[in-house]
Design a protein around this ligand. Structure first.
Ligand code: ATP
Ligand code: MG
Length: 558
């Protein structure tokens, strides 16, 4: 059993692992999660994290966190720190922290090994010539005029590339495989390019940097990875992955296995696009609660457990699919329904005066923190002569089936008394500003009169005790399921202009002020809300709506 205490869900990768352990191919499995530190992790990465760490945990193996830091132009230490934080927050701990840059020397030596065996050469064509001579599907590539350089010349040029004697793009080290291969990745792929830029970990030691395919498989082999799990777009790279490991004295030969990326609708998931949204100010940052990043989901109020459960239930397959975001929302809704303490909040308040309630008095009623979980205990709910209720819970001229408050009608105040509307006051514009009610003191929850039934129950907060709060109501960041579907239009045209609606005078029960950022509540009848970190610098609580009580998009879109 894993830490979520639910049985594992089988999938084809898990079956491969089971076979490899049973056949004795491996005594122990070793996996890795290899992010490039060029942005924050998103919910798709969490799929890979849950898979890699989950398999190792289930079968007593290990998982390394390896930063794939071979592209010094786009990477930073800050991103690396954020990634570590996110992996730990998701509930996983790596065996060892590694960097592809830890292996720059070994990668370089293996390249020399290839050169010495006539399996790599320095190409001095310019980038355009390299590109155009690669051919295309159905069109064979043409061999470079430099392909048959002598080993000595290649070794000399490669060393001088390393020493910084040439400008970016002047030469390229390429594997010498097959320019006629049906697999484009096998047409003498680049292994090293000149990049005269410092690296955030190795400083200015290197003037050449390894290409992804070269660095990746060898890093796996150096670390003794048994199952190198990656997404489907690397399927075509697998012959190259294997060729590299077959042509150097690699310490072992990991098996690459591909699975389908996790995709969600109503969002975008590539780091490049997420970075655009941040840099162009469409969102407040990588951790904007509307972002599909781990940091954004966390701030929104998603629990780590809900994300793990979501990916577990989504399964692992080889066919691409897009999961409705409602499924992710359901995962956090279920988790919060089970665990969130209950409280009351009024988002659009209108005042109720209990005309028969003694003036100047108040009382503290007891209410369960969770109606199905008595072990969570009770909370104290203050009540007085003046209350806030939701404007929408009162109607002057209601339709027949309106069971909330109406002139002459009765309704139960949640966790408290039955009240009857006797009068109401409107302002000059005709807006209701005050509702007068009488309460039935014998009908309090817990008293014998509580058994008296009325059709509706509404939530409320005491005017004297309630706190004003800012509530950030989030909705989907895009207003179409796939913002990338229309190739003629930019995905940013589909940003949802109503993805954030700030309610700045909501009223919440005082218990909310005891919470700290990250704590969450179910506001009864309203939804699930999490205290935002901005509360720390604010004189009033700031809450994010994590998810509504029910899926309101389900009706509209599907
Ligand atoms: P992006 O397209 O968002 O930039 P990436 O694949 O370039 O993603 P990496 O940092 O290279 O991001 O990814 C680290 C690991 O996470 C890789 O093994 C990659 O296959 C995996 N991964 C990335 N996106 C997804 C996804 N949507 N679903 C599952 N795994 C993913
Ligand atoms: Mg990448």
């Amino acid at each position: 059993m894993n830490k979520d205490q639910t049985p594992p869900v089988s999938n084809f990768i898990r079956n491969i692992v089971i076979n490899d352990l049973e056949s004795g191919k491996h005594d122990k499995i070793a996996t890795r999660f290899p992010p490039e530190p060029n942005g924050h992790l998103h919910i798709g990465h969490a799929k890979s994290i849950c898979l890699n760490f989950g398999l190792a945990a289930e079968f007593g193996g290990t998982t390394n966190l390896r930063f794939d830091d071979t592209n010094p132009l786009k990477e930073s230490e800050d991103f690396a720190q954020a990634i570590m934080n996110d992996v730990r927050w998701l509930g996983f701990e790596w065996n060892e922290l590694r960097h592809a840059s830890d292996y720059f020397q070994q990668l370089y030596e293996y390249a020399i090994y290839l050169i010495k065996n006539g399996k790599a050469y320095v190409d001095s064509q310019d980038a355009e010539a390299v590109r155009s001579s690669r051919g295309s599907f159905g069109v064979e590539g043409k061999e470079s005029p430099y392909r048959n350089r002598s080993v000595e010349e290649n070794l000399d040029l490669f060393e001088r590339m390393k020493n910084g004697e040439f400008a970016d793009g002047e030469h390229l080290l390429r594997a010498r495989i097959d320019m006629t291969s049906g697999n484009m990745h096998m047409r003498d792929p680049a292994i090293y390019r000149i990049r005269k830029v410092p690296h955030h970990r190795t400083g200015d030691k290197w003037n050449i940097y390894p290409m992804y395919d070269w660095a990746h498989g060898i890093s796996d082999a150096i670390e003794g990875i048994t199952h190198s799990i990656c997404t489907l777009e690397f399927e075509d790279h697998r012959p190259l992955y294997n060729w590299f490991l077959d042509n150097i004295p690699a310490p072992c030969h990991p098996r690459q296995i591909e699975f389908a990326r996790g995709n969600l609708d109503f969002t975008v998931m590539s780091k490049r696009k997420l970075r655009e949204l941040v840099e162009e100010g469409h969102v407040s940052g990588w951790d904007d609660p509307r972002m599909p990043t781990i940091a954004g989901l966390r701030r929104r109020g998603y629990t780590a457990k809900s994300i793990r459960t979501f990916w577990k239930e989504a399964g692992v397959a080889k066919a691409d699919s897009i999961i409705p975001v409602g499924v992710l929302e359901n995962a956090v809704r279920n988790d919060m329904n089970e665990n969130a303490p209950r409280a009351m909040a009024v988002l659009d308040p209108v005042k109720v005066i209990l005309t028969n309630y003694p003036e100047g008095e108040s009382e503290w009623l007891e209410a369960p923190l969770h109606p199905q979980k008595p072990e969570m205990g009770l909370r104290q709910v203050p009540m007085g002569r003046e209350l806030w209720i939701e404007r929408g819970d009162f109607m002057e001229e209601p339709p027949r089936k309106f069971f909330r408050l109406k002139p002459g009608g009765e309704v139960r105040l949640r966790n408290a008394f039955i009240i009857k509307c006797v009068d109401f006051v409107k302002d000059a514009e005709g807006k209701v500003v005050e509702i007068h009610c009488e309460y039935d003191p014998d009908s309090r929850s817990g008293l014998p009169g509580a058994a008296r039934k009325v059709k509706g129950t509404i939530h409320w907060v005491s005017v004297e005790h309630g706190l004003t709060a800012e509530v950030r109501m989030y909705d989907r960041l895009f207003n179409v399921p796939n913002p990338l579907a229309d190739k003629d239009r930019d995905y940013r045209e589909f940003l949802n202009p109503h993805s954030l609606d700030i309610v700045d005078n909501a009223i919440v029960e005082p218990v909310v002020s005891k919470g700290k950022p990250g704590d969450y509540f179910q506001f009864e009848r309203v939804g699930y809300f999490t205290i935002d970190e901005d509360s720390a610098n604010s004189d009033r609580p700031i809450l994010n709506r994590t998810v509504s009580l029910r899926d309101s998009w389900a009706k509209i879109n599907r």
